[in-house]
Design a protein around this ligand. Structure first.
Ligand code: BGC
Length: 566
C-alpha cells in the first residue's frame, strides 16, 4: 500500500542543541521554526523532534514532569503550535517523542506516589520491598541492572519500598499493568495528535511490560555488581496487549506515522510483533543493531585497538532486517540518533577522509530500502567530540558508568572511551557557521561546541558545490526524482558479495531499472567487480569518479551510484 511516510525522508532534531533563538545558550522551538526553510531546502520532509516537554532534564527531556506543557527552556505551548503550523505550511510533517515507559520523579504523579502508598498514583509505578543480605544490609528486590549502568531499583524512604527504574533514578518506570495508568498515557497521545502532530517516535517502547515474577537473573554480574539482563523487561507478551489497546483506542483514528523504538533488544522476527502491516501497533521500529558494528558499545569500556568496522556484519544486519521484514512490514533506516556516536567517526574517517567518507555513508544509507532518518549535523559531517575534561561530558550514562568503573581504569582510558562512544558526541550544538558558538547561540551553549566548527559548518558548506551538505541534497533529490523514485522507494534490495570484507555493495531493482550502490568502507584502494558493463554514474563521493565496469578501482571511501544501462 502506498502511504506518505514510505516516501518521506526523516530528520531528527535534538531541540536542546539545534538552534537558540532567544539567546540563552539553549536551543528552543522558535529556533527550530527559524530553520524550517533550511530543512525544506535540504530535502527532508518528516521532522522528528526530541522531547521538549516540561522536565528537570536529568536525561535531557526524556524525564518528563508534565506531558502537556513545553519546558520554559524550549518555549511555550504556543511556540509548539506555531512550529507545527509553519512546518505544515511548508509541506513538512512533524512527529514527537512519546515517552511512555517512565516519567520524571518530579512528575506530580510520582511526587504523590512516593509519599502516599494508598494513592491512585502509587499504582502508576512499580514498587517492591527490599531484601536483607547475609550481612544484614538492605538490598534491592532483584539483581537487575538498569540501562544506565546501576541497579534497576531505587529505595524510597517514605514507603520503605524500592521503585523500579530501568534508566536513571530520576526516571521511575510506569506500571502498564494498571489500566488507569494506560488511560492517562492514551490521553497524552490524543492531546498531541489533536494539536496536529503527524505521529510519534515511541520511546523505549520494548520495556513497557516487566517480568512480574521479579526473580534474580542468573546472568553474570557486570562491573557494578548488577545483571544486565534486559529479558526481564523487554518484548514481554503483555506489552503487545498494551500496544493493541493503544492502537485501537488512539493511533488508528489518525493519519499518522508511528515508529517504535526497540533499541538493541528485538530481532527482526520480534519486530514483526510491533510493526506487521496488518496486526502491528506501529508502522515501523527503530533497532540499534547496526549502530555498533565496530566492536565497541557505550556500556562496556573499550580500547582503541578494538575498533574496526566489521563491514560484513554491518551489511548482514541491514540485510537481515530487510529480509525479515519487507514482505510484512515497513522499515526505517538510519545511521545514528542522539544515543549514538557520530557516524563519520564511527564508520568513516574524519581525520584523513572526512569528505569522501561522509559522502560514502550518505550514498550507502539514503538509497537503501526504507524510510531514512537523518540526525541533525550528519548532513555536514559533524564528528565526535574533542573534549579533554570529564565535566565536559553531561550524559547521565557517562556519569553513572564513570562512578561505577573509575577505580578500575585510568582516567585517560575512560576519556578515550567516552570520546568514542558517549551519547554526548551527538548532542553538541549544531554547527551553523564559523561565528562564535558555531552560530548556534549568542551565549555560551548548554553543551560545549565541538572545536572543529570553524571548518565544519552549514554556512561554509552551503556555497561549496563539493561539500558534504550539497552531496546530501543531491542524494535526496535523486531519491525523490520522478525517474528514480520508484526504484528507490519500492525496488527490491539485495546485497552483492555479502562476504566481501571492505566493500558494501547492493542492488536496487524495479520494473526495468537496476541501480548499484558500491561503497568502499576502508581507507585503502580496493578493486571491485560488478556484474555490469554499461553504466551511468549518478553520484560519487569524489568529484572526479570515472567508473569503468566491470572492474571498479575504488579509492579510500569512494562510493558510486550506478544506473545500469544494459
Ligand atoms: C532514548 C534515550 C533515553 C531513554 C530513556 C531511549 O531509548 O532514545 O535517549 O535515555 O530512551 O527515555
Amino acid at each position: 500500500m502506498k502511504t506518505w511516510w514510505k516516501e518521506a525522508v526523516g530528520y531528527q532534531i535534538y531541540p536542546r542543541t539545534f538552534y537558540d533563538a532567544n539567546g540563552d545558550g539553549i536551543g528552543d522551538l522558535k529556533g527550530i521554526t527559524l530553520k524550517l526553510d533550511y530543512l525544506k531546502a535540504l530535502g527532508v520532509d518528516l521532522l522528528w523532534i526530541g522531547p521538549f516537554f516540561k522536565s528537570p532534564m536529568d536525561d535531557n527531556g526524556y524525564d518528563v514532569s508534565d506531558y502537556y506543557a513545553v519546558d520554559p527552556i524550549f518555549g511555550t505551548l504556543d511556540d509548539a503550535r506555531e512550529l507545527i503550523q509553519e512546518a505544515h505550511q511548508r509541506g513538512l510533517r512533524i512527529i514527537l517523542d512519546l515517552v511512555l515507559n517512565h516519567t520524571s520523579d518530579e512528575h506530580p504523579w510520582f511526587i504523590e506516589a512516593r509519599r502516599n502508598q494508598e494513592s491512585e498514583e502509587h499504582s502508576y509505578y512499580i514498587w517492591k520491598k527490599g531484601r536483607i543480605n547475609a550481612q544484614g544490609q538492605r538490598i534491592p528486590p532483584t539483581n537487575w541492572s538498569s540501562f544506565f549502568s546501576d541497579s534497576a531499583w531505587c529505595y524510597n524512604e517514605a514507603t520503605d519500598e524500592y521503585y523500579m527504574k530501568i534508566f536513571s533514578e530520576k526516571m521511575p518506570d510506569l506500571n502498564w499493568a494498571e489500566p488507569k495508568l494506560r488511560e492517562r498515557m492514551m490521553e497524552v497521545a490524543r492531546f498531541w495528535l489533536d494539536e496536529g502532530v503527524d505521529g510519534f517516535r515511541v520511546d523505549a517502547v520494548a520495556h513497557l511490560a516487566k517480568d512480574l515474577r521479579f526473580e534474580d537473573s542468573t546472568m553474570p554480574l557486570d562491573a557494578q555488581g548488577n545483571a544486565p539482563d534486559w529479558s526481564k523487561f523487554s518484548n514481554l507478551p503483555a506489552l503487545f496487549d498494551y500496544l493493541d489497546e493503544l492502537k485501537d483506542q488512539v493511533l488508528r483514528h489518525y493519519d499518522i506515522v508511528t515508529v517504535g523504538e526497540v533499541g538493541g533488544g528485538a530481532s527482526p522476527d520480534m519486530a514483526l510483533n510491533y510493526a506487521d502491516a496488518q496486526t502491528g501497533a506501529f508502522n515501523m521500529v527503530f533497532t540499534f543493531d547496526h549502530c555498533w558494528a565496530n566492536g565497541i558499545s557505550a556500556g562496556t569500556v573499550s580500547f582503541p585497538e578494538q575498533v574496526k568496522t566489521d563491514v560484513i556484519a554491518l551489511k548482514k544486519t541491514f540485510a537481515a532486517w530487510y529480509d525479515g521484514l519487507h514482505e510484512r512490514a515497513w522499515l526505517p533506516v538510519y545511521w545514528l540518533n542522539h544515543d549514538h556516536p557520530r557516524v563519520v567517526s564511527q564508520y568513516g574517517d574524519p581525520v584523513h577522509y572526512h569528505k569522501p567518507s561522509a559522502k560514502m555513508l550518505c550514498n550507502t544509507l539514503y538509497l537503501m530500502y526504507g524510510t531514512p532518518f537523518m540526525y541533525n549535523g550528519e548532513e555536514i559531517g559533524m564528528t565526535n567530540v574533542d573534549y579533554t575534561e570529564l565535566p565536559d561530558f553531561q550524559d547521565v550514562w557517562v556519569k553513572n558508568l564513570y562512578e561505577g568503573v573509575k577505580d578500575q581504569y585510568p582516567l585517560a582510558v575512560l576519556m578515550d572511551h567516552f570520546r568514542r562512544t558517549s551519547r554526548d558526541n551527538a548532542r553538541t550544538p549544531m554547527q551553523w557557521s564559523a561565528a562564535p558558538n558555531a552560530g548556534f547561540s549568542t551565549q555560551t551553549p548548554v553543551s560545549k561546541v565541538n572545536g572543529n566548527y570553524r571548518a565544519i559548518n552549514v554556512e561554509a558548506q552551503d556555497q561549496d558545490p563539493d561539500s558534504i551538505l550539497n552531496h546530501y541534497r543531491a542524494v535526496l533529490k535523486l531519491r525523490k526524482s520522478a525517474e528514480y523514485k520508484p526504484v528507490f522507494i519500492e525496488g527490491e534490495f539485495a546485497l552483492l558479495d555479502e562476504d566481501h570484507p571492505d566493500v558494501f555493495a547492493y542492488r536496487r531493482v524495479n520494473s526495468g531499472k537496476t541501480i548499484f550502490v558500491v561503497s568502499n568502507f576502508t581507507g585503502k584502494d580496493t578493486e571491485y567487480t560488478i556484474p555490469a558493463r554499461h553504466v551511468r554514474c549518478l553520484l560519487s563521493s569524489y568529484p572526479d569518479s570515472h567508473p569503468q565496469p566491470p572492474k571498479l578501482i575504488l579509492r579510500p571511501f569512494e562510493s558510486v551510484v550506478l544506473d545500469v544501462l544494459e
